[in-house]
Design a protein around this ligand. Sequence first.
Ligand code: PEP
Length: 250
Amino acid sequence: MFRKALIAANWKMFKTPVEAKAFVEVFLPLVAGHERDEIAIFPSPVLLPELVKATQGSRIAVGAQNIHFAEEGAFTGETSVLQVKDVGGSHTLVGHSERRQYFGETDEIVNKKLHTALRHGIVPVVCVGEMLAEREAGRTADVLKRQIAGAFAGITPEEAGTIVIAYEPVWAIGTGKTATPEIAVEAHKIVRAEVAKLLGAEIAANMRILYGGSVKQDNCTSLIQQEEIDGALVGGASLKPESFATIVKY
Ligand code: PEP
């Protein structure tokens, strides 16, 4: 089974348009000719037009960190999938743990957003992962199954083809604590088995599952080279073009 890896940058709430452009000017030459994997960058919505412009003609996809589940409406402060699409965004994160933790995103909201992204041909990267207390209580598998079943409710095998999942243990995000390859692989297998249960073995075998959580230059290779790990979602280490380029070329 061949799954093309996706190496994705989550810039969170960092960078100005000028800084985004400067990043791309350094980053593009560093990854020129590197065609093995897909690359995507998820900046703040205000950076989307600048980043799309700066990466035009390159292989780098640009996506949103979040979309609302409604196409438009009185939702102050939110970003619509139509707006993302209109400025040239092709992907979106859905249910990042920071959205779940700080902005009250439930499995039900994640599910609605996933439907919205798919309806508009935007590639969704659905984030799942357990908190430290859940892992310590032996509840990791239950949490992952609940999050996957919740996110995928009402999704048919026909529409699931573009979905990407990111397994991001919350205890590893921004903490410098990375899951070992063994821990990540075990979680990925749980996630893939749940997808197979919901959508069938073929869809599950083709679905890319990224690992995220303190991926850095010195640990990316041992993680991404695992057969079960189909790329990475990188926060902190994606902010500098040199370190992100090293991870892209793991
Ligand atoms: C993330 O934001 O998805 C992430 C994994 O962050 P970090 O790499 O900084 O842990």
